[in-house]
Design a binder for this molecule. Structure first.
Ligand code: 0O2
Length: 207
């Protein structure tokens, strides 16, 4: 397949890469501060892991195709919200919502969009909280608000999504389709485990 040179150049441009890395680093620092704050309040670790990535050219093109959007830089800037992404994994569902509340309260973070796939799971069974944020990057005497997606999920949601993701490119295979159906059932089981573990934690705290 012929690659879109302008799009490739935009993604490889130092300006884009440096700004994206700064945005990732700023959001991770904010999460670290939220983690410390909640940790002091609740005397336990809240965020267990944080990962980040800048979306690859191939993944962007696949998404544009899925959404039937034209393959150009302007469309990517405007319509692809997860060009830069951070994922934070916690143990308990209520901590995810607490983090969202704290992010809304930050003066230098704009919440552009919130998608709650925990209360409203996807047809696939996928559950997570997605926030599209904008954070200010002061760079070369200019301040730009950079768009970044934050995915918040529990450890159980995370390993479920990991398996589901692996199946995405194997859907043509019969065994993969069987596994996918089975995995869908486990999405409910995982939801129940997340709920029960949270109940247990609250009961232990009440002792
Ligand atoms: P990749 O390779 O992970 O980057 P928006 O434009 O913001 O309204 P968007 O981005 O079209 O919405 O869709 P959505 O549903 O918010 O999904 C964004 C990302 O969430 C996906 O990015 C996946 O990372 C994850 N995701 C969404 N649905 C599923 C699912 O059913 N299973 C799994 N495993 N992950 C899911 P990409 O670009 O699809 O992929």
């Amino acid at each position: 397949m012929k690659k879109n040179i302008l799009l490739q150049e935009y993604l490889q441009n130092e300006d884009f890469i440096v700004k994206s890395e700064c945005a990732i680093s700023m959001l991770k620092t904010k999460l670290q501060i939220i983690d410390a704050d909640l940790g002091m309040r609740y005397h336990r670790k809240v965020i267990h892991s944080k990962t980040s990535r800048i979306k690859s050219y191939d993944s962007i093109v696949a998404k544009l195709e899925r959404k039937e959007l034209p393959e150009n830089v302007e469309t990517v800037k405007e319509k692809i919200n997860d060009l830069i992404g951070v994922r934070a994994v916690c143990t308990y569902t209520d901590d995810l919502y607490e983090m969202v509340k704290m992010l809304y309260a930050q003066k230098d973070v704009k919440v552009i969009k919130e998608k709650d796939y925990i209360k409203n799971p996807k047809k696939s069974g996928y559950r997570s909280l997605h926030l599209i944020l904008e954070i200010p990057i002061c760079f070369q005497e200019d301040t730009q608000w950079v768009k970044i997606e934050l995915q918040l999920r529990t450890a159980a949601m995370d390993y479920w999504a990991g398996l589901d993701y692996q199946l995405q490119y194997k859907k043509e295979n019969k065994e993969a389709r069987r596994i996918s159906e089975e995995l869908k059932e486990y999405a409910n089981a995982i939801e129940e485990i997340d709920r029960k573990v949270l109940e247990l934690r609250k009961r232990i705290e009440a002792i």
